[in-house]
Design a protein around this ligand. Sequence first.
Ligand code: ATP
Ligand code: MG
Length: 693
Amino acid sequence: MPTETASMFNPASKVSKISHCSSMEQYKQMHDKSLKDPEAFWGEIAKQFHFEEKVRGKFLDYNFDTSKGKIFVRWLEGAKTNICYNCLDRHVLAGKADQVAFYWEGNDPADAEVVTYGELLKDVCRVANVLKAKGVAKGDSVAIYMPMVKQLVVAMLAVARIGAVHSIVFGGYSADSLADRMMDASASVLITADAVWRGAKLIALKEIADEALKLCRAKDLKVKMSLVVKHMDTVTAPQPTSNGTAPGNAAKKTHFDDKGNYKLDGRFHVTGELGPLLDVWWHEVVSAASSECDPVWLDAEDPLFMLYTSGSTGTPKGVLHTIGGYMLYTATTFKYSFDYHPGDIYFCTADIGWITGHSYVTYGPLLNGATSVLFEGVPTYPHIGRFWEIIEKYKVSKFYTAPTAIRTLMKFGDEPVKKYDLSSLAVLGSVGSPSTPEAWLWYYRVVGDSSVSIVDTFWQTETGGHVITPLPGATPCKPGSACFPFFGVEVALLDEEGHEIKGEGEGYLVFCRPWPGMMRTVYGNHQRFETTYFKKFPGFYCTGDGARRDSDGYIWVTGRIDDMLNVSGHLLSTAQVESSLVEHSSVAEAAVVARPHIVKGECLYCFVTLTEGKTYDDKLIAELKVKVRSKIGPFATPDFMQLAPGLPKTRSGKIMRRVLRKIAVGDRDFGDISTLADPSIVEKLFELRPKET
Ligand code: ATP
Ligand code: MG
């Protein structure tokens, strides 16, 4: 528990003098209205957008109770719109064609580009015309496997413009994962790129995509076209580092010719091996296509995209989002959670391959006509100050990243941050996993110079947008708490039997009613949707996360329900124990899991990653045990401690505790680990298990 009081973090310190929501009274009024009269609340917001046809049926209709029949959620019945039109045409028609939509910042600091709303619209129309010419129509699904380049944004908006459904697969997943997702969506087109440098590492996207296409073909999926962006010719390859080593050299030998050009070596298929599939160069067909393309007017409940969850707790779920509600929700959360105002420069570090990138790199900012930084690289290349350098370069005012990135950068201390002028920053956001008070305070003090608003936004792929978050200018923050529900969201905490815990207490975090941005189904598996989210507590959407409400009503997300620890009858959350471990100056990151224990039922098994330059020895182990014991109680004293050179994390940066649980008991049956960023860490951790286990 942090000792600081809420008043320490004055919410209005640096945000605009006229923030969209400037007091807790105003927040409460707006939140009340959003629950009492959703139609009036969201209807008012809908007026900012273009609807070709207005709502003709029920504004909201739903069933959350499996005992009353099929689960469904419908917003804005009968309304027709197009999200791409609302992201682009609306601003261009309002005279903002020359406004910057994206400052693209490449993997290498030498690579940068500026994209305006007007240019974006023309490119989107061209690609939409290319897709139409290939017969892609409303309802068809298009797979996208791309680096963080402007063409990725163009591709997704082009798909949305013609009423097709995008399924974006993070450009780092394997051929198997890509093929599975393409099969699942029955994708008829793939949009990809030749390759990309991520840091000093080459990712040969086209090679991986070809493997995936072969797998799809073997299973009879007919993919009509793969549209390939030629990216490598336009970017700077990694340079030798100061210690003389040249990163990426191995890849340069195998993948580049003598002149330094990237080779596709027969990987560009005009015919043959891949059957009817045609590889098409983006730059050739797109420049030849017309830059005008009428948007297709779509039903508010038509599908917009499908996207897989991170796979932290099991096999990923293919979440389906629809157009109208998602549009209103991402636009509104972006505006309020970051207190967005014209003139802001916004930078979200998430890859578009994750929901954070969908909602808060593409849709939320563009719906608000915002100017953003689109970053291709990684936080530590070519140096550990890259994020801060970019913030200084573009004078970023609103910055959004993940606690995993914050913790990684924290390890290097304050000095790399202090080298840069970060005085433009006003709001710092975080998303992805519980933020420890330690990381929160570092973010606030070191990055934000104790004069910014921090927004710890809790949400999921399934929720489409922020569901619990502070609002800059209104919410006094407590470090580590996601604070209060967003407009339209009604939170409850339930005990195991489904009884509501009123006031202070801890339980299952559930939502009592739909908000516009929530998922509508698991693609092709409505049964899984009902079982995963609605079966346990009929009448509620179950997040799968646990949370605590404190005496001031603040919500503290404590982690996955599956990860809860039960030691001698005491229920503990992983977040609680991990927060006390990272308070020790030698610990950079910690992950705690339960291991069965004959007497206690379960005992604590802790994995710790050390701060740069620290040593792992018996003295440290003893100190850490004392730390947890004194912070939480003698019953919580860890039985096992293990050094972890790294933790098994999904590619979106979440710790896969289910794998750690297996390591703790010496079981190699790890389950689905296809979404791990570095699967080799699992074996390393296995070998480092302490002898007494
Ligand atoms: P899967 O559902 O396949 O197991 P996942 O839940 O990791 O994967 P995402 O939708 O990317 O997939 O992540 C959502 C989860 O991330 C939330 O349920 C929660 O556990 C965690 N999370 C996100 N933001 C926060 C936050 N601000 N505080 C605490 N936890 C968070
Ligand atoms: Mg999840």
